[in-house]
Design a protein around this ligand. Structure first.
Ligand SMILES: [Ca+2]
Ligand SMILES: [Ca+2]
Ligand SMILES: [Ca+2]
Length: 208
């Protein structure tokens, strides 16, 4: 009876670990105080800005142009030279990861923005109209080996009005349906556990 319960729990655990995504990194920028022109992110955040600048705007600040989103990043700072905004995550080889993030238009002037995004060796470019609200985008990457991989954002051009970035996260999975074990696999696992239980019982009998 106890063994059967253990087997059911094991099967449930196996199922949930394969089908549920796990978040390994996330930042909604809400812990940072807005109105920071040419923002220098704290070292603990992992974010770095190179080859230019970004700004931090948002709730409570002078330039809360996309209200209701706490703080968020203006990918073109205040130095007429948009910076490369990047972070680093440790990934496991052979696992598929999903980079998720929100991008919105600059809400200023009359020009659209282009943002180049990279995640490991995956890259994509996004074109945003001036008045576009925040929308969620995703980029998938499967590293070939364990290691530290970068994710980065670069707004094209430098006129101090950039696209806005918020809610960056990296999660493992979701696992494609084809790699979720078939019922037959569960049956094999259960019979394997059953054999183990039988062996344990046998050795106990032998011991006695
Ligand atoms: Ca935010
Ligand atoms: Ca700016
Ligand atoms: Ca611009």
């Amino acid at each position: 009876m106890k063994l059967r319960k253990t087997m059911v729990v094991a099967a449930l655990l196996l199922g949930s670990s394969l089908t549920h995504a796990a978040t390994i990194f996330s930042d909604n920028f809400d812990t940072y105080v807005p109105d920071q022109l040419n923002w220098g992110p704290p070292g603990s955040s992992g974010w770095t800005v190179t080859d230019g600048t970004v700004d931090l705007h948002g709730a409570g600040g002078t330039y809360d142009v996309l209200p209701g989103n706490g703080s968020y990043v203006d990918l073109d700072g205040s130095s007429l030279d948009s910076g490369l905004f990047s972070n680093i995550v440790n990934l496991t080889g052979g696992t598929t990861y999903l980079l998720s993030f929100d991008l919105g238009g600059s809400q200023r002037g009359n020009r659209g923005e282009t943002v180049h995004v990279s995640f490991g060796s995956a890259t994509a470019s996004y074109i945003l109209n001036v008045t576009d609200p925040f929308s969620t985008y995703t980029l998938e990457f499967t590293p070939g080996s364990d290691g530290a991989y970068s994710l980065s954002y670069l707004n094209v051009g430098g006129d101090n009005r950039g696209a806005f970035l918020d809610n960056v996260s990296v999660s493992s999975g979701p696992v494609p349906a084809s790699s979720v074990p078939e019922p037959a696999t569960y049956a094999m696992l259960l019979s394997g556990l059953g054999i183990m239980g039988l062996m344990a019982r046998r050795s106990k009998t032998r011991g006695a």
